[in-house]
Design a protein around this ligand. Structure first.
Ligand SMILES: *Cc1c(COP(=O)(O)O)cnc(C)c1O
Length: 390
């Protein structure tokens, strides 16, 4: 009979599952108006409506909080939703924000198109040089948004100098830690006020969820972002959160293994004919090698870039021959992925604009995955041989 009342039949409290259940419920029932009061006033815990929060999101938030040394993190439906929660949830018309000039493409677009449309002025500056950021500051600057390793040239930010500037002037420092991850650096412990992640990438790690995370050190600022995220509907799906929780279980192991292989691949590539340069922050010949120790605690990560001779024809030949490596615009997957900035992330720039950043037609970025290093190097060798013949 009860079935006809459309209430759940699942037995709870009988046995303890060893894996978090997926809770897709969009709505939660309350016992009474008094019980609802208690919940809204924070005297009891509970859920009301999934856009406002749900158990699977809370599990992911708690796990990333632990990695970042944070509290009360907000899980969002994508990395860009997390960027939006920070920028749109905290800034107002008349404010000014400084962004790193090599931010993730969509973050750059938000800086150049969306914020100005809403009356928020923006300036881009070089995060590798705290003086460049200092020169961009104005009396009405409220926030500085940087990434610690630039895409795709893998230059390291001058985090300590920028954090000192922001602290002096009471400006919020937001760090997108997607590339570097808490395995290398915990930005909140280094003077940042806000940390952002595209959980889609290394943290979830299997290229099967789109998810983000944002947290502020100051609980009042964190609450403002949470309220905006709920209002704007930046909420994640329970299933994506469930997959991300599973991915997070192995994040540390995946990072270590991929980082080791990245070092081996960088070493291999640097000795190959037809390779013009290899950029990996773990190598002594990297322009910011000295910062790798100080900023990344000697953990240079899983990303490297390299440049081959022969322009676009060689680049095409490389991709086709190295087809065991996915040519795909992502990073942090269990499989190694290859991106070609000139035809993807940086295609909107003129060839001169790309040249100024050091991005030629032969420039590739690699996100190293979990393949065995020997097999991976062999695949790259096939690509290089084809590129030389192109
Ligand atoms: C991918 C990425 C984003 C955006 O994340 P989505 O999950 O794709 O929305 C933001 N910042 C960086 C550094 C990224 O790599």
């Amino acid at each position: 009979m009860r079935k006809t009342l459309m209430r759940p039949e699942m037995k709870t409290g009988v046995s303890t599952p060893v894996v978090t259940p997926i809770m897709p419920a969009a709505v939660y029932a309350a016992d009474s108006p008094d019980a609802l009061d208690a919940q809204y006033e924070g005297r009891t815990e509970g859920y009301t409506y999934a856009r406002e929060g749900h158990p699977n999101a809370d599990v992911v938030a708690t796990r990333i909080d632990a990695l970042e040394g944070a509290e009360g993190g907000i899980v969002t439906g994508s990395g860009m939703a997390a960027v939006s929660a920070a920028l749109l949830g905290l800034l107002s018309s008349g404010d000014h924000v400084v962004g790193a000039d090599q931010l993730y493409g969509r973050s750059l677009r938000m800086m150049s198109e969306d914020l100005p449309r809403l009356g928020i002025a923006t300036t881009l500056a070089d995060a590798g040089d705290a003086d460049s950021i200092a020169q961009a500051l104005r009396p009405e600057t409220r926030m500085v948004l940087i990434e610690l390793v630039s895409n795709p040239t893998l230059r390291l930010a001058e985090l300590d100098g920028i954090a000192a500037l922001c602290r002096e002037r009471g400006i919020l420092l937001a760090v997108d830690n997607t590339f570097t991850t808490p395995a290398s650096v915990q930005p909140l412990a280094r003077g940042a006020d806000i940390v952002i992640h595209s959980v889609t990438k290394l943290l979830a790690g299997h290229a099967d969820v789109t998810l983000g995370y944002v947290v502020a050190k100051d609980p009042a600022i964190n609450d403002r972002m949470r309220v905006f995220a709920v209002t704007a509907g930046l909420t994640p799906s329970p299933f994506d959160c469930w997959l991300a929780e599973r991915g997070l279980m192995t994040f540390g192991l995946r990072f270590e293994k991929a980082q080791e292989t990245a070092g081996a691949l960088a070493e291999f590539l640097s000795g190959q004919p037809g390779v013009r340069q290899v950029l990996y922050p773990g190598r002594a010949d990297h322009p910011d090698a000295a910062r790798t120790q100080a900023l990344l605690r000697g953990r240079p990560g899983t990303m490297l870039s390299f440049e081959i001779e022969g322009g676009r024809p060689a680049a095409n030949a490389f991709c086709e021959a190295a087809d065991g490596v996915a040519f795909a615009p992502t990073l942090g997957d269990v499989g190694t992925t290859l991106s070609h900035p000139a035809s993807s992330s940086h295609r909107a720039l003129t060839p001169e604009g790309r040249a100024a950043l050091g991005i030629s037609e032969g420039f590739f970025r690699v996100s190293v995955g979990l393949e065995e290093p020997e097999a991976l190097c062999a695949t790259f060798a096939e690509g290089l041989a084809a590129a030389r013949g192109a």
